[in-house]
Ligand binder design. Structure first.
Ligand SMILES: Nc1ncnc2c1ncn2[C@@H]1O[C@H](COP(=O)(O)OP(=O)(O)O)[C@@H](O)[C@H]1O
Ligand SMILES: [Mg+2]
Length: 193
């Protein structure tokens, strides 16, 4: 039963992506990690301008399965089960992708490590950060302008702060209050290898 639902959910998410790019011989798997407002979606969008990537934005995919999200543990669990299956499907098809989700706990990231391992590929992981005061201002104006798929505000940021766990494997780090180009360059170089 579980597996059927996971497959149906993943299929719906896949359909929501619209037309997919051409497959390639060596697809690239990238994931970001960071609190709300640190600039993950902004960073992913800049990266996707440089390389042909499907962006899997958890905030957007959540609305495909849950038009009125409640952000409960059950909802997130069902969402990410489908997302993980979708990631594996896309990579197997030869499509490069960026997972745009908070990915704060090592337990959550563990799924991504395992997918990469199973497919014998490298996961490029990026820790996205910004000073708290910058985040506070960004979240305030993001909500005001309704320019994002995310509902997270400063309170959510503060609540989620305690879930941040150190990333145990090698990864990139970027402070989005500064120039992000050097890190974009490095990732593009590593992805093209
Ligand atoms: N480097 C940046 N330069 C300018 N604005 C940015 C930058 N990074 C993020 N923002 C803006 O800050 C807000 C929060 O960033 P966003 O990417 O939505 O964060 P997240 O996806 O991590 O929640 C958005 O309105 C975004 O456009
Ligand atoms: Mg976002």
């Amino acid at each position: 039963m579980e597996i059927t639902r996971q497959a149906t959910d993943a299929e719906r998410l896949l359909e929501s992506l619209g037309q997919l790019p051409e497959p390639m011989a060596k697809p690239v798997f990238i994931a970001v990690s960071g609190l709300p407002g640190t600039g993950k979606s902004y960073f992913c969008a800049r990266l996707a301008e440089r390389l042909l990537f499907i962006i899997l934005e958890s905030d957007a995919l959540r609305r495909v399965l849950f038009p009125v999200p409640d952000y409960s543990a059950e909802e997130s669990s069902r969402l990410f089960q489908a997302v993980h299956l979708l990631i594996e499907k896309l990579l197997k098809k030869g499509l490069s992708l960026i997972l745009d989700a908070t990915n704060l706990s090592e337990r959550n990231r563990e799924y991504l490590y395992r997918i990469a391992e199973r497919l014998g590929m490298k996961l490029i992981l990026v820790r996205v950060e910004a000073p708290a005061e910058v985040v506070r201002q960004r979240l305030a104006s993001r909500l005001k302008n309704q320019e994002s798929k995310s509902d997270a505000d400063w309170r959510v940021y503060q609540q989620m702060k305690s879930s941040v766990e150190k990333i145990r494997c090698q990864h990139f780090a970027v402070d989005t209050s500064r120039n992000i180009t050097p890190v974009l360059d490095k990732i593009v170089r590593q992805a093209s290898r």
